[in-house]
Ligand binder design. Structure first.
Ligand SMILES: N[C@@H](CCC(=O)N[C@@H](CS)C(=O)NCC(=O)O)C(=O)O
Length: 267
């Protein structure tokens, strides 16, 4: 390999995503940022036979400290960067999806250089992740550890409110953000004129919602022309994202955050 691709591989550190295998989940927000940036990373649990053991060891719920003097990890996703720890030789281990994204953003070209724009990107990614979290609560409103079947009545009440008031509130907010940046971003980007981790994060939430609530989304598409007509379809075609979505690395939705239960969708 020669040229810019080879240079990128030599100069980027090794990034290791620690997440559950087999589902997109919150790991997907990190994968999409890497894929849009064209930066290589290893998806430990999906790539190695012993990968998930490594992930679980890094999140050992009984541990009080872990490799390299990093504090213990609450939950995946986490990011391990060999050699980036405090002493300059140990690994850096960080967790919390938005924390990982704001760490990676400037390093992989997914955060704007301008400080104000960078803060806006972070706020918008956090808002999209709030919507992700509320989506999870539609099927697990009482207890994350219990089965959906044990909280079906509460899930129905939660999902109804989510569809009727939360989705329109979030979507009209993002529609207004896209409108406000339309002269620069052409409806394709939330901030500025180039893709950021706010765009990949929002895109993933909208895509997951299309899987979870297909009837609700289809009924609402016309209300949000920039979000659905321009943003959703153009992020899908972005360099890096298009190839990723067609690859085996893109995992199907199943029983993660975005689940499809017919009874929770619009009738
Ligand atoms: N706010 C955290 C949430 C992390 C989280 O809930 N991770 C899930 C997987 S997507 C998990 O395994 N949680 C275990 C638990 O909360 O007990 C983030 O954004 O990273």
């Amino acid at each position: 390999m020669s040229g810019p691709a080879a240079k990128k591989q030599r100069t980027q550190p090794q990034y290791e995503l620690l997440y559950h295998p087999g589902i997109p989940g919150r790991g997907e927000y990190i994968r999409l940022a890497f894929e849009a940036a064209g930066v290589s990373y290893s998806d430990v649990a999906n790539e190695k036979d012993t990968g998930y053991d490594e992930v679980k060891a890094a999140m050992d719920p009984k541990a009080t400290n872990i490799e390299g003097g990093n504090p213990v990890i609450f939950a995946p996703p986490a990011l391990r960067v060999p050699g980036a720890g405090k002493d300059g030789s140990s690994p850096l281990l960080i967790f919390q999806t938005p924390n990982i994204l704001s760490y990676l953003g400037p390093k992989i070209g997914m955060t704007p250089d301008n400080e104000a724009d960078a803060l806006h990107v972070n706020a918008l990614a956090l808002t999209a992740l709030d919507l992700n979290n509320e989506t999870h609560d539609t099927h697990h409103p009482v207890a994350p550890i219990k089965y959906y079947e044990e909280q079906k009545n509460e899930a129905l009440a939660k999902a109804t409110d989510f569809r009727e008031s939360r989705i329109p509130k979030y979507f009209s907010f993002f529609e207004r953000v896209l409108k406000g940046n339309e002269a620069t971003g052409q409806g394709k980007y939330l901030v500025g004129d180039k893709i950021s981790y706010a765009d990949t994060t929002l895109w993933q939430v909208v895509d997951g919602l299309k899987f979870a609530f297909p009837k609700e989304m289809a009924a609402r598409e016309k209300e949000f022309p920039l979000l659905f007509g321009t943003f959703y379809s153009s992020v899908k075609e972005e360099k890096g994202i298009k190839e990723y979505l067609a690859s085996k690395r893109r995992l199907p939705y199943s029983m993660g955050i975005f689940r499809h239960y017919e009874e929770l969708d619009r009738e």
